[in-house]
Design a protein. Structure first.
Length: 127
């Protein structure tokens, strides 16, 4: 049985992570989620990957750019086994809260901060 993966963030790193996941037999990129409607997300479409938006207010912008939208990040997280988050650290810190609230498994890309994620989350809650 293939495990369904949500790829959150489809920039330079997310694109490469998707390519690696697609080559595996036991996992499936069920969808990619992003906020941009530029060439990066259009690359995902050319590769046959379903596109989801986060947050919801970017949906209209993507549709104006002729990006076919499958749903929202919430829709995607409802149906996958694991989220692989390739977003920048400030977005990833927000997303971690969502993943934990849903009690779902997730993987974060390498943080570019010298501070551990827990510290970033604590600072975000304080501010």
């Amino acid at each position: 049985m293939q495990r369904k993966i949500a790829l959150i963030g489809y920039g330079v790193i997310g694109n490469r992570v998707a390519d690696a996941i697609v080559r595996q037999d036991d996992v499936l990129v069920f969808g990619v989620c992003d906020v941009f409607s530029d060439w990066r997300i259009k690359t995902a479409i050319k590769k046959g990957l379903p596109v989801y938006v986060a947050p919801k207010d970017t949906k209209a912008k993507m549709q104006q750019a002729d990006v076919s939208i499958t749903g929202t990040m919430t829709d995607l997280l409802d149906v996958v086994d694991l989220a692989v988050d390739c977003t920048p650290k400030n977005i990833a810190a927000q997303n971690v809260e969502t993943y934990r609230e849903r009690k779902m498994k997730f993987i974060l890309q390498e943080m570019k901060s010298t501070e551990p994620l827990a510290t970033l989350l604590i600072k975000r809650k304080i501010n």
